[in-house]
Design a protein around this ligand. Structure first.
Ligand code: IMP
Length: 456
């Protein structure tokens, strides 16, 4: 029997997914990205050495793991080739175990030009989204509008020039007449694109077929790696301040090309507090010294754009909504150590707007912007949790905090990250192993502390 785990972000991205993917990849045969593009930024620290990945699955750092980019990913050929070169220069072979779906829509220079032009237009109207300006939104727009050029088109060089010229005509029209910007040099884009063909050709693959073979083999372990986070999801996030793909766990099936029933375990990743880059509602944001403290301690700067991340309290109400949509089997809380020494702590349990109370964020940007958090106060702890690997060593106030999260979200906290390195982790449940006992919210973490300290 094979076993498949989906790992995804439950906040606005940057939850520390890269580290957890890296950790679980130790036992995985294959790691698959299924949505987003090179807007993602996963920082993985191994033995003190930090690697930032944008497009490749974080599992690539394990030399035996096969890595896949499913057709739900929008693919920037130069970004992919650069990332491969960066890793191979550091002595890590990539090409022989990377498989890219031929159905991936391409992110082309015209998408980036339009993304940047639209952001600067929104800036003048004070309506910025704060995109990563990598062209992700326009590339997904093309896909939905059925005019995207895909990796398979690039490989069929016969028709490529005509298709590319037609697409660039469309973009030059938009850039000139709508955005009042300079035109793209069509011949330069064409020449650049032709140089991608041969380096990419050996990577092109029938991803659904390969994954089906892997799933059919005995004892294989697959890991599906989400990018961004649930509050940036097109349908369920803080629209329109979202990314242009669905980031929900269910998308692992469509974006990779596997049956929904083949997913065995859904692991949500959340920081022990909350951060957001870019614009948009953030009810628990702290714009004071405490927010700065979280930012400094957590080193909260975006790994893709270098922007400072906004920081705030953990929002258990939105985590509960994320569980409703995704059916979490386990929750991994990262950066618990950043809360060390902060007393008291606040947990958001709902919202209030104009005297009306909500258990989940109501739809609508202006309502969301006016949401005031309703907090529950909990005692903090003074002891350092940095680098802990045993739950039994956690201060009792930290256990009480985790217990309350479990109760409010109704999901077991199955992993706790206490530092940057892959070793700095308390693992209370292995998502690849069968669950030993029924989960009772709140009691789970207490049992873990009392019985074993760690199940790893
Ligand atoms: P886009 O995905 O570049 O279109 O950006 C849309 C929104 O998603 C912006 O607020 C970005 O800051 C945010 N975003 C996109 N990718 C990430 C990520 O990997 N981490 C955090 N925020 C992201």
């Amino acid at each position: 029997m094979s076993r498949s785990v989906v790992l995804f972000g439950t906040q606005w991205g940057d939850e520390g997914k890269g580290k957890v993917v890296d950790l679980l990849s130790e036992q995985a045969d294959a790691v698959v990205r299924f949505q987003g593009g090179h807007n993602a930024g996963h920082t993985v620290v191994v033995g003190g050495r930090s690697t930032i990945l944008h497009l490749l699955p974080s599992g690539i750092l394990h030399p035996k793991v096969h890595c896949f980019l499913g057709s739900g990913v929008v693919l920037s050929p130069p970004a992919l080739l650069e990332e491969i070169a960066y890793l191979e220069k550091g002595g890590l072979p990539v090409r022989d175990r990377l498989h890219v779906s031929s159905a991936c829509p391409l992110v082309l220079p015209c998408h980036q030009a339009l993304d940047q032009a639209l952001e600067s237009m929104r800036k003048s109207k004070k309506q910025v989204i704060g995109t990563t300006q990598r062209g992700i939104g326009p590339a997904y727009e093309d896909k939905v509008a059925r005019r995207a050029l895909r990796l398979c088109d690039l490989m069929e060089t016969g028709g490529w020039e005509e298709q590319l010229r037609e697409l660039l005509d469309y973009y030059n029209f938009l850039l000139e007449h709508w955005c009042k910007q300079d035109l793209m040099d069509v011949n330069a884009v064409l020449d650049a694109s032709l140089a991608w063909v041969e380096p990419l050709r050996p990577l092109v693959s029938d991803v659904p077929a390969r994954l089906a073979t892997l799933r059919g083999a005995p004892n294989t372990k697959l890991l599906f790696e989400g990018a961004q986070g649930m509050l940036l999801d097109m349908d369920h996030g803080t629209y329109p301040y979202v990314t242009s793909s669905n980031t929900a766990a269910a998308v692992a099936a469509t974006g990779a090309g596997v049956p929904p029933r083949s997913i065995d375990y859904v692991l949500g990743i959340s920081k022990a507090y909350c951060t957001r880059v870019g614009a948009g509602p953030f009810p628990t944001e702290l714009k004071d010294a405490l927010g700065e403290r979280l930012s400094d301690r957590g080193m909260e700067f975006g790994s893709t754009t270098g922007r400072a991340r906004r920081c705030g309290w953990l929002d258990a109400a939105s985590l509960r909504r994320v569980h409703q949509i995704n059916g979490l089997d386990g929750l991994c809380l990262t950066k618990l150590d950043v809360l060390d020494g902060i007393d008291p702590l606040q947990l958001c349990i709902g919202y209030e707007v104009d005297g009306v109370r909500y258990r989940a964020l109501p739809d609508g940007a202006s309502l969301q912007a006016r949401c005031r958090p309703i907090y529950e106060e909990l005692p903090g702890w003074q002891k350092s949790t940095s680098g802990l690997v045993l739950a039994s060593e956690l201060p009792h106030q930290a256990v009480a905090y985790l217990r309350r999260v479990e109760e409010l979200v109704e999901v077991p906290v199955t992993m706790i990250s206490t530092g940057k390195d892959r070793r700095d982790t308390i693992i209370l449940e292995d998502p690849y192993a069968d669950r030993q006992a029924a989960f009772v919210p709140g009691e789970h973490i207490e049992q873990a502390v009392a019985m074993h300290g760690t199940f790893s």
